[in-house]
Ligand binder design. Structure first.
Ligand code: E4P
Length: 216
């Protein structure tokens, strides 16, 4: 499974990229606001650090506006992917951008039917928001499982990009289901490395190493 960072904060993107384990990046208006810088500038810098896909989100509500924004974003770098929302207008924009060879990530997906429409519209990625579903008492991962089944039935090429990831259990569940990608906050990425037994094991090995006779 590919790992994307869900952030517009350059420091996090750099630290993530340095591990050699980050395959791409996703951003949205909320993350852009947190970064507190010009969105286009941030996207350009992220694209110079991360070689894989970097999602840039449109904010227009009509297809014409989304296509216009999408074309402008796509000029920033070759690895930009355009995020459009799962709406009728979003699907029109997805079809138009895809026809122009621009990759689209259909965002704000909360059901497998929505993911079916996105795939039929030629989406490169579909982003089911698992955390936000969990927040309202649903099981977000059930939707991911259903999307996987539907896409398998019809051999859709659209990749499942699990989003709104809140913890390492989401990451593991996404991998167990066979999702193509999980995008996560840097804090969750860091947690994936950690285990108390790893820390305890290192401490013990270092203590014991001190007891090994050394040549003088
Ligand atoms: C990424 O593409 C999504 O915009 C993001 O994962 C949403 O996460 P949130 O539900 O934590 O805001």
């Amino acid at each position: 499974m590919q790992i994307f960072l869900d952030t517009a904060i350059l420091d996090e993107v750099k630290k993530g990229a340095e591990t050699g384990l980050v395959d791409g990046c996703t951003t949205n208006p909320t993350l852009a606001a947190k970064a507190g810088r010009n969105y286009n500038d941030v996207l350009k810098e992220i694209c110079s650090i991360v070689k894989g896909p970097v999602s840039a989100e449109t904010v227009s509500l009509d297809a014409d506006g989304m296509v216009k924004e999408g074309i402008a974003f796509s000029k920033i770098a070759k690895n930009i992917v355009i995020k459009v929302p799962m709406t009728v207008e979003g699907m029109k924009a997805c079809q138009r951008l895809t026809k122009q060879g621009i990759k689209v990530n259909v965002t704000l997906i909360f059901s497998a039917n929505q993911a079916l429409l996105a795939a039929k519209s030629g989406a490169f990625f579909v982003s089911p928001f698992v955390g936000r579903l969990d927040d309202i008492g649903k099981i977000g991962m059930d939707v991911v499982r259903e999307i996987k089944q539907v896409y398998g039935n019809y051999k859709f090429k659209t990749q499942i990009l699990v989003a709104s990831v809140r913890n390492p259990i989401h990451v593991l569940d996404a991998a167990k289901i066979g999702a193509d990608i999980a995008t996560m906050p840097y804090s969750v990425f860091e947690q994936l490395f950690m285990h108390t037994l790893t820390d305890a094991g290192i401490k013990k090995f270092l203590e014991d190493w001190e007891k090994v006779p050394k040549k003088r």
